[in-house]
Design a protein around this ligand. Structure first.
Ligand SMILES: NC(=O)c1ccc[n+]([C@@H]2O[C@H](COP(=O)([O-])OP(=O)(O)OC[C@H]3O[C@@H](n4cnc5c(N)ncnc54)[C@H](OP(=O)(O)O)[C@@H]3O)[C@@H](O)[C@H]2O)c1
Length: 351
C-alpha cells in the first residue's frame, strides 16, 4: 500500500467482460485505488471508465505492471502463463481469473466467502475460480462444512457473457439477423436454420447449446470437468462425487444452476434453509414454495455472490441417504415425486 494514498492496481484484460465488471466493482466497493492501470490487447485504441474518468487501456507493459501493488489478470490462459509467475515473484499480488493456475497445487484457488484461509502472504499468485462453480461453491459451503455433502448432480444454464465479449457480440448479431422471426402463416412455430457462429459451437439465438468447452473421452465437457475439479479443490473435498451437465442458454448475464445435493446425514428442510440463510455471500431469496421471490438473472446484480432458493426435500429411494436438491426457478411448479430438492444458485459476480 502506498502510504496514505491507496494501492496501484493493474488490470490486464480491463476491456473484456470480466475486466469492465471488475473496474466498475473497484469503484462501487470503494477499493482503495490510488492509481488504476488498465491494459488491453493493444489491438485497438481502448479505454475504461473509472470513477467517472476515461482512462486509456493500452497493450500490456510489463514494466508498468511490475510497479503495481496488485495485478488482476482477466485475459486468457496464455497471457496469464506469460505474466503471472514473474509478477508474483516480484512481490506483486497477482490475481488470475483464467484457468491457467487453478489446479496448480502450489497456487491457492480462492473464493473469499468460502476459503480465504488459503491466502498467505507467501503465496502472491492467487487463482480465481470458474464462474459456474462459484455459485455452487458459495451456496453449498456451509452445508458442506456443517452437515457434509456426499454427492452433487448439477445442471447449469449459462449466460452468453460467460464466454466473453466476442460471444455476446455474436448473440446480439444473430438476433439482429433473425429480426422479424415470427410464427408461420399457418400459426406453427418457425424452424430455425443452423445459423452462423464463430465463437460458440453453434448459433445461440433462440437456441440452447448443451456444450460448454470441448468434450473429452469421458463424455464430460471442459466446463463440466472444471466445475468438478475446482469445487473439490475449493472445498478441500477430494472425494466429493459430482456430475455436472453444463448448457449455454441465450441469456445475457447470470448463470443459473440446478443442483441435487446428497447430504451426509438426514436433516430437515428447515435446517437446510437455516444454514443457507447464514451462508456468507448468499441470499436465500425464496423460502418454502414462494416463487414470487425466486432468484432470476434479471434480478441478479454484481453483489452478492449468489442467491439460492431452498425448495424441496425428499428421502432417497433407498431410504438410507437423505437428499436435498437445488433447482433453478421455472415457470411451472415442479410436481416431480423424485427424491430431491433445494437451491438455485446464481453466480452474479460476473457472467
Ligand atoms: N466471462 C466470465 O464470466 C468469466 C468468468 C470467470 C472467469 N473468466 C475468465 O476470465 C478471463 C477473461 O474473460 P472475459 O470473458 O472477460 O474475456 P473477453 O471478454 O474476451 O476479454 C478478454 C480481455 O483480454 C484482452 N486480451 C486479449 N488478448 C490479449 C493479449 N494478448 N494481451 C493482453 N490482453 C489481451 C482483451 O483485450 P481487447 O479488448 O483489446 O480485445 C480483453 O480485455 C478468461 O480467462 C476467462 O476464462 C471469465
Amino acid at each position: 500500500m502506498r502510504r496514505g494514498k491507496g494501492l496501484v492496481v493493474g488490470v490486464v484484460g480491463a476491456t473484456g467482460m470480466v475486466g469492465r465488471e471488475l473496474v466498475s466493482l473497484l469503484d462501487k466497493r470503494g477499493f482503495p485505488v490510488a492509481e488504476l492501470r488498465p491494459f488491453s490487447s493493444g489491438r485497438a485504441k481502448s479505454h475504461v471508465i473509472f470513477r467517472g474518468r476515461r482512462i486509456p487501456a493500452p497493450g500490456v507493459s510489463k514494466e508498468s505492471l511490475e510497479a503495481c501493488d496488485i495485478a488482476f489478470l482477466v485475459s486468457s490462459d496464455e497471457v496469464a502463463l506469460e505474466l503471472a509467475p514473474a509478477l508474483a515473484k516480484k512481490g506483486v499480488w497477482t490475481i488470475d481469473d483464467s484457468a491457467a493456475f487453478r489446479m496448480d497445487k502450489s497456487v491457492p484457488l480462492v473464493i473469499p466467502e468460502v476459503n480465504s484461509h488459503e491466502l498467505s502472504p507467501k503465496r502472491r499468485l492467487i487463482a480465481g475460480p470458474n464462474c459456474t462453480m462459484t455459485g455452487l461453491a458459495v451456496a453449498g459451503s456451509l452445508l458442506h462444512s456443517k452437515i457434509g455433502i456426499r454427492e452433487i448432480r448439477l445442471a447449469s444454464y449459462q449466460a452468453v457473457s460467460g464466454a466473453g465479449k466476442a460471444a455476446l457480440g455474436e448473440l446480439f448479431g444473430q438476433y439482429d439477423e433473425l429480426k422479424g422471426t415470427k410464427t408461420l402463416a399457418d400459426g406453427r412455430a418457425p424452424v430455425l436454420g443452423a445459423g452462423k457462429s464463430a465463437v460458440l459451437p453453434k448459433s445461440i439465438a433462440y437456441n440452447v447449446i448443451p456444450q460448454v468447452g470441448r468434450f473429452g473421452d469421458d463424455g464430460y465437457s471442459g466446463e463440466e470437468r472444471k466445475v468438478a475439479a475446482e469445487l473439490r479443490k475449493v472445498w478441500g473435498a477430494p472425494n466429493l462425487k459430482i456430475s455436472a451437465t453444463t448448457v449455454r442458454v441465450p441469456s445475457i448475464r447470470g448463470h443459473a444452476l440446478a443442483a441435487w445435493i446428497t447430504l451426509a446425514r438426514s436433516v430437515s428442510l428447515e435446517k437446510v434453509r437455516a444454514i443457507l440463510k447464514k451462508t456468507p455471500g448468499l441470499v436465500l431469496s425464496a423460502e418454502g414454495t414462494t416463487r414470487r421471490r425466486a432468484p432470476r438473472p434479471d434480478r441478479a446484480r454484481s453483489t452478492p455472490a449468489g442467491c439460492a432458493a431452498a425448495r424441496r426435500r425428499t428421502s432417497s429411494r433407498s431410504g438410507s441417504s437423505p437428499t436435498t436438491c437445488s433447482r433453478a426457478p421455472r415457470s411451472t411448479p415442479s410436481r416431480s415425486p423424485s427424491p430431491c430438492a433445494a437451491a438455485a444458485g446464481f453466480n452474479t459476480l460476473k457472467s
